[in-house]
Design a protein around this ligand. Structure first.
Ligand code: SAM
Length: 295
């Protein structure tokens, strides 16, 4: 089967099957061999790896993955692509195509079945409309992950990498950085895809931390605080947390916990580091403990 990184081969197969792109599925297929090589290299795929590919499209990147990895499972939602994938991947017995919505797949189960529960690599040119739920799902649902190397919208990659004080810094930056180390491997212009997306793209690798970089006894509270602080970006941290409907701390508890960080009372959430958020969560958890103990 001809390699699909070559735009001519891609166009030929699209015409053969009279394929119509579906906007609702975020379909922009890669047609640049250089970018495809870069993604595989950034992911560090070796012949020992089991790789999960999300949204194989017509199988362009899947061909590259199949040549580099031990085994690949590719999950595609669009039923019109399944017969195409059967043709474009017929020379690769180490690939299985799963026709499903990735948000409904038991990925931890797949890792158990295909990789004996050992950490897997995830590689994808993601459908941009569900980038965040896919990545957060992988981190939060107990899937054993080595790294996730994905094409995302350029602005999303910048937000994932941003630190305090930057305009891109927010809940996504902190949540991603709690779970992984982010590295942007390439910026990719619209002309590397068919059809061309309206936005610039970037390949980002998220290497999962073996242990979170900060200690927090209650990660759920940590993420709740992060969300509440950035929900109302222009408010001070103190007001953001006091007004948050899903946090159940008194004004006094919040003021005391912020004071314990040694920061100004008018500090905004966007000025705090991950480790200060963890400290804040620790201080509030301790106060909650005192209240429930009746101290
Ligand atoms: N990997 C191909 C490439 O690089 O040329 C296609 C990438 S395209 C940006 C995204 C792919 O994800 C499409 O094939 C689309 O049909 C598929 N997709 C969209 N939503 C999905 C979902 N919820 N589950 C699985 N696949 C999905």
């Amino acid at each position: 089967m001809a390699k699909l990184g070559n735009p001519r081969n891609t166009i030929e197969i699209l015409q053969k099957y009279d394929f119509h792109f579906q906007k609702k599925y975020g379909q922009n297929f890669l047609i640049d061999e250089h970018v495809l090589d870069k993604i595989i290299r950034a992911a560090g795929v070796t012949e020992h790896d089991f790789v999960l590919e999300i949204g194989p499209g017509i199988g362009t990147m899947t061909q590259y993955l199949a040549e580099a990895a031990r085994e690949v499972a590719a999950v595609e939602i669009d039923r019109n692509l399944i017969p195409i994938l059967q043709e474009t991947l017929r020379d690769y017995p180490n690939v299985s195509v799963i026709h499903d919505d990735i948000l409904k797949v038991d990925i931890a189960g797949l890792a158990r079945e295909k990789n004996e529960g050992r950490p897997i690599k995830v590689v994808a040119n993601l459908p941009y409309y569900i980038t965040t739920p896919i990545i957060m799902g992988l981190f939060e649902k107990g899937v054993p992950i080595d790294n996730i190397t994905v094409m995302v919208q350029k602005e999303v990659a910048q937000r994932m990498q941003a630190g305090p004080g930057s305009k891109d810094y927010g809940a996504l930056s902190l949540t991603v950085q709690y779970y992984a180390e982010a590295y942007v491997a390439a910026y990719v212009p619209p002309n590397c895809f068919i059809p061309r997306p309206k936005v610039g793209s970037a390949v980002i690798r998220l290497t999962r931390h073996r242990k979170p970089p900060v200690f927090c006894s209650d990660p759920k509270l940590l993420f709740g605080l992060i969300r509440a602080s950035f929900n109302q970006r222009r408010k001070t941290l103190q007001n953001g947390l006091i007004n948050a409907s899903d946090l159940s701390f008194t004004k006094e508890q919040i003021i005391k916990a912020i004071e314990s960080l040694g920061v100004n009372a008018s500090v905004r959430g966007e000025e705090l580091t991950l480790s200060q958020f963890a400290e804040l969560a620790g201080a509030l958890a301790e106060q909650r403990g005192r209240t429930t103990d009746g101290i």
